[in-house]
Design a protein around this ligand. Sequence first.
Ligand code: PMV
Length: 346
Amino acid sequence: MNKSIAWRSPSNIAIIKYWGKYGNQLPINPSISFTLSKAHTETIIHYEKKEKNNKVELEYLFENKKNEAFEKKVKIFIESIMNDFLYLKEYKLKIESKNSFPHSAGIASSASSMSALALALVDLEQQIEGKKYSENEFLQRSSYFARLGSGSASRSVFSQVALWGATKAQQESNQEYAISINETLHQNFKNYNDTILIVDSEQKKVSSRAGHALMNTNPFAEARKIQANKNTEKLLKVLKNGDLDSFVEICENEALSLHAMMLSSTPWYSLLKPQTLVAIEKIKNFRESTKIPVCFTLDAGPNIHILYSENNKEKVREFISAELMQNMPEARIINDKMGKGPQKIY
Ligand code: PMV
């Protein structure tokens, strides 16, 4: 195959958590995330003409090796969108993908990989079918298809801060694709830091898919929906007015509520590790004693995202290495920050 296209797309960390879905990947509640910078996926799609048919012809390499599990997942996804991308009936694809971060590091790899794939597929549509989208339409369409691959991926298409899901507090917000909410972002959040403390890099025992499904029978699901909507409205204000103390409150409330949903599901499960609890307690104590508005959030896993502004970087990093990493010989850190969004490589 001598033609190819390549995109790099970042992961993101949700401040307001998407947890629970219905229909075709529609969220029960809105979510807001910071797009990361260093943690990204690079996806190359090689393509070549085939005999026209309705079968997806696809080979998938992850980090230079054939990966049957990923190939199957991507194939099912591409089959499901075949009627939206007619060129898929006439071209076979070889997809190569690699991440800038270690597997199971507590970084949402489905967000970066599904957004990179969606961006490349929409770009290929322009190239092969001659469609021409404006920048806005291009991002919207990519976010829409990224969402069908993995809900959180819909937000990775945008730089800095993105919102996915309908909320009355933000015009144009909707269930089908994410939107950028950068325009009114307060200076305090520019270049916001996210240090990821990897306390455990084991593959998680319960997938996000199973976790979302357990929300259907969770007795607190309705309360969670109300809470997430309120937190979304509050955070939208905070992102405009730069109130970091309120940011801390909302952010930790969301992280702990996400894990509370797992603990209160039937059957229950926990993705937290003892070291997670030790670390979040230390972060709280450090904040209370220094008045530095540093906080944590957690994804669906035991690893901790420590969030802080650029002007507190030195003091917080010193605390992380001197206090947090102590007695955690196995722990590793990745220093990431808010990023500029996806990029076309070629
Ligand atoms: O995109 P999914 O289906 O892997 O779900 C991700 C859910 C969380 O990462 C826990 C929260 C979020 O909004 O990213």
